[in-house]
Design a protein around this ligand. Structure first.
Ligand code: SAH
Length: 250
């Protein structure tokens, strides 16, 4: 399979990742809806103020189909086309907070996201990490995420069209790796690309239950890997290879 194609940074030269001023969407006041969402995340147990601030800043309604915008600040997953979904806000916040509980200290430097989808989680990650790389295997979603993220002017996001099961070697190691799609096992490349003190968070198939479980893997200073298992989750499957639009496919 062809390698990953890495585009230029998403942002258009601005220095701020603040949401755009205009948010007309039939939602009423999107900022107020986000404030209610943040309250909901607190009630759900999120105590990470950095994550809460990021979730309160990213205009989720601009990442979904306009017809779904009125539901954008409810705690629900939403379809983003091609059979894929944007995760529930409580799940996005939980995964990012869990990743931030790594053993390494200080600001997250490099984060790799597998499964860009509509680009929403990448935008949130961009507010909690210095540099974010996000990989998507479906060309159409990769293109859409670029469009969705352009108004965010987030210079620290780099989108990659490729097979995320291979990670993204050129910018490794990462001190955070977060997967938005779940496979049978954690791909070896992700573990190889995890920095010392870094943490990987991913949904993985759990054989005994037949469900997906959220797994965190830490790389200790001696290089060893330590895995912890968390709650059951439901993510779309981690697929193989890239898909550019279906030429020649039925
Ligand atoms: N974080 C996304 C959620 C997208 S859903 C958001 O905020 O919208 C998960 C995404 O993972 C889908 O877009 C799917 O196409 C993608 N995906 C699945 N397997 C993949 C792989 N091997 N490499 C890259 N992306 C993959």
């Amino acid at each position: 399979m062809g390698g990953a194609a890495s585009g230029p940074a998403v942002g258009g030269g601005g220095t701020s990742a603040a949401p755009p001023a205009s948010m007309a969407s039939g939602l009423g006041d999107a900022a107020a809806a986000r404030a209610r969402l943040v309250q909901r995340l607190r009630e759900d147990g999120c105590r990470d103020e950095r994550v809460l601030a990021a979730m309160g800043a990213v205009p989720r309604h601009l990442f979904v189909d306009p017809g779904l915008a009125p539901q954008a600040y409810e705690d629900t997953s939403l379809p983003i086309g091609l059979g894929q979904t944007i995760s529930k806000p409580t799940v996005v916040a939980r995964m990012i907070a869990l990743m931030r509980e790594r053993t390494g200290v200080g600001e997250l430097q490099r984060v790799l996201e597998i499964g860009t989808g509509c680009g929403y989680q990448a935008a949130v990650l961009g507010l909690v990490a210095r540099q974010v790389y996000s990989i998507e295997r479906l060309r159409e979603l990769y293109d859409r995420a670029r469009e969705n993220l352009a108004p965010q002017r987030a210079d620290n996001l780099r989108l990659i069209y490729g097979d995320g099961r291979l990670g993204h070697g050129p910018n490794a190691p990462y001190d955070g790796i977060i997967a938005a799609a779940g496979g049978e096992a954690i791909p070896a490349a992700w573990l190889e690309q995890l920095a010392v003190g870094g943490r990987l968070v991913a949904p993985v198939h759990d054989v005994p239950s037949g469900r997906q479980i959220l797994v965190a893997v830490d790389r200790r200073p001696d290089g060893s890997l330590v895995q912890s298992r968390h709650e059951f989750v439901r993510f779309v499957p981690l697929e193989s290879g890239i898909f550019d639009g279906g030429v020649g496919r039925g």
